[in-house]
Write a protein that binds this ligand. Sequence first.
Ligand code: SAM
Length: 288
Amino acid sequence: MADLIREKGLLYIVATPIGNLGDMAPRAVEVLQSVDVIAAEDTRHSRRLLTHFNIETPLVAYHDHSDERRLQVLLNRLMKGDDIALISDAGTPLISDPGYRLVKEARSRDIRVVPIPGPCALVAALSAAGMPTDRFLFEGFLPAKAGARCRRLQQLCDDSRTVVFYESPHRIEDSLADICQVFGEQREAVIARELTKTFETFLAGNLASLCQTLAEDDNQRKGEFVIIISGAKDTEQHDLSPDALRIVKILAEELPPKQAAALAAKITGIKKRMLYDALMGKSKHVPD
Ligand code: SAM
């Protein structure tokens, strides 16, 4: 049986550095040297990495938007006994990176899929941020459009788990501003930037202070980012202080409930949703 399985090739999923070439695992180099072909997200980008490690294995392009034919070519090669390694531009393939379709189709054909673990920005950031890591929610990239982004954030803001996002320099300020608006100014967060590289930075503080730091310092908006937000506190989900309740009620005398809740959220730093619920009589408040 083992021989039968071995007749098919192996599909290796190989993690590569997220900035520091010193993080390339010896096993990753061995596998990349020994396979018949390396499937890479961007062959020109990966060629530089492979040259650095004297890896001369042929490269082919593969990403999740590759046409069906390209996927089939790789699967046929695996079925015929070729070993293939999948790499992405950086980090662990399939983690906000291509590879899902290939792995799924390979597994459905009983092709052995072998992980070669290594760098991953999500894990690197969490491991050093000082945020709770016992339970966390990885959301990858937030939607690019503000409306969809805020709707996604609304779905997440009451979760008690640590929430992790990836973000690019083009959108870091807009995304952080929306996170701040929906999660509230007081929510604690960490921005992990340029991990493993020269300008690696961890910024910690509440969301309002982080937005301010980014607005004031161009350098903090450059590079690659992992955003880590602390989970909602249980009390945050249920209790509203008498002051907050008074503010939202006063505003609601002059404004529609949604606007009153939004304005009260800006004044108090408490989540809009919670203030709205309190107005509608759906949540408790702490008695005087
Ligand atoms: N597969 C990769 C991994 O394992 O982390 C992630 C690929 S995803 C296309 C790229 C995003 O990961 C970046 O926009 C950034 O959010 C995050 N990222 C990658 N390298 C990073 C680094 N050195 N420092 C901080 N974030 C990084």
